[in-house]
Design a protein around this ligand. Sequence first.
Ligand code: SF4
Length: 324
Amino acid sequence: MSDAASLLDNNREPVARPRHPEKAHRPDQPVARKPAWIRVKAPGSPQWDATRKIVKEHRLVTVCEEAGCPNIGECWEKKHATFMILGDTCTRACAFCNVKTGLPLALDPSEPVRVGEAVKKLGLAHSVITSVDRDDLADGGAGHFAKVVAAIKAASPNTTVEVLTPDFLRKQGALETVVAAKPDVFNHNLETVASKYLEVRPGARYFHSIRLLQRVKEIDPRIFTKSGMMLGLGEERHEVLQLMDDLRTADVDFLTMGQYLQPTRKHHPVARFVPPGEFASYAEVALAKGFLLVSSSPLTRSSHHAGEDFASLKARRLALRERL
Ligand code: SF4
């Protein structure tokens, strides 16, 4: 195994296949030292272990592990794991992402039931389901998403479901399939500003992602919509404000903003560590632009505190309706 291969698989035991084959020949990028405000809880408490056991017993993949999320110590201690469905291999190769890329295996028809059972065992009041991109499937994996939502509702009728989906680019009818499954929250992350797409998210299209979110609200206005972006990829402030306006035009309810952290030397470098005060100032602006809820801090991630945030979304929508 080459140095490049082990470097590109910093999240697991060494494997025969490199984690990011398409990134192996990219030049090394400088890795900036993290500032003092990026400090996280180390994983390993008994509750963390109990969560890990349930994930493994049900043979599930989590984005917490695959993306090397810094919050895993805190979240898993509270039994909050975010499941990544449709396999562990993504058909895109975004410059920021640590998820394995390549040609995925066939879908596992037992996955929806296993996710439903794990959510029940974890006792989650609010569950978050995300996935890899599956450009190789005719429906982009939408039908499987719908089955997972149904399986969670069948196993735990009181548990709310949040989906964090791919963009279903060129997958006619896929979005409608997921919306018809009636998730409580539909999340799709823009990840970065429009000018950075070619470099950071080359397989995606900024305005397609905006339109996807807008369509969710058009089809079912009861579903909360949510999107997230990373700061520190080289974006300008005026571009971030434009992104907020674009999301508000699509009637998106909830915006999350967090610091980009570079997974390996082969990934996009961190252009800047944005200080916590700047995150707070973005939150103020975003709320003034009309989002129901904004979570903006260096360690904010899409699924971080998702249960508490869902409760806040419901309360704010209700308060808004009562005022009208
Ligand atoms: S923030 Fe989300 S991805 Fe990260 S550990 Fe928590 S649940 Fe998992």
